[in-house]
Design a protein around this ligand. Structure first.
Ligand code: E4P
Length: 215
């Protein structure tokens, strides 16, 4: 399974990248705004740290504007993926961009139909949102499971990025139901390798070792 980092914080990215766990990065305008840095500067820096795909989102709502922005974003680095919202105009833009060889990540997907449309339009990645669906009481795991089944059934190459991930259970669950990728907030990532019993076990081993040495 591939892990993306859902952050634009370069310190978080560097720390986790050193563990060999980062296959890519996703950002959105909210994530970028939290860093208070220039969009182009931060995306270029992330692209220089991480080898894999780095999603940078367009702001335009019309296909023409999205395509124009996308062509600029795609020139910032070879691993930039253009994030496009799941709308009619977004699909139109994805169709044009895929023919130009520009990689896209269709975001804000909440149904299997939306995921299927994005894949058919030529999206490289499709991003169903788990947490936001659960906020309105909808089963998000079923969405990932069904979408994976449908994409595989028809042989679409688009990869599913499980997004809007809020906890460790989400990561374990989407791995089980076949998301190709999960994008994980920087603050959540350390919880994937930590457990209180691991920590107390280390403490006990070391204290037993000290007692034994000092006998
Ligand atoms: C990533 O591609 C999404 O933009 C992000 O996971 C959204 O997360 P949120 O719903 O917690 O804002």
């Amino acid at each position: 399974m591939k892990f993306f980092l859902d952050t634009a914080n370069v310190d978080e990215i560097k720390r986790i990248n050193e563990l060999g766990l980062v296959d890519g990065v996703t950002t959105n305008p909210t994530i970028i705004s939290k860093e208070g840095r220039d969009f182009e500067e931060v995306i270029k820096e992330i692209c220089s740290i991480v080898d894999g795909p780095v999603s940078a989102e367009v702001i335009s709502l019309e296909a023409e504007g999205m395509v124009k922005e996308a062509r600029v974003l795609a020139k910032w680095a070879s691993n930039v993926v253009v994030k496009v919202p799941m709308t009619e105009e977004g699909l139109k833009a994805v169709n044009i961009l895929s023919k130009e060889g520009i990689k896209t990540n269709v975001t804000l997907i909440f149904t299997v139909a939306q995921g299927l449309m994005a894949a058919k339009a030529g999206a490289t990645f499709v991003s169903p949102f788990l947490g936001r669906l659960e906020d309105i009481g909808t089963d998000s795991l079923a969405l990932i499971k069904k979408l994976r089944k449908v994409l595989d059934f028809y042989g679409y190459k688009s990869e599913i990025i499980a997004a809007s991930v809020r906890g460790l259970k989400h990561v374990e669950d989407v791995a089980e139901v076949g998301a190709h990728i999960t994008t994980i907030p920087g603050s959540l990532f350390p919880k994937l390798w930590s457990h209180p019993l691991t920590n107390s076990g280390i403490e006990q081993f070391l204290s037993d070792w000290e007692s034994f040495k000092n006998k």
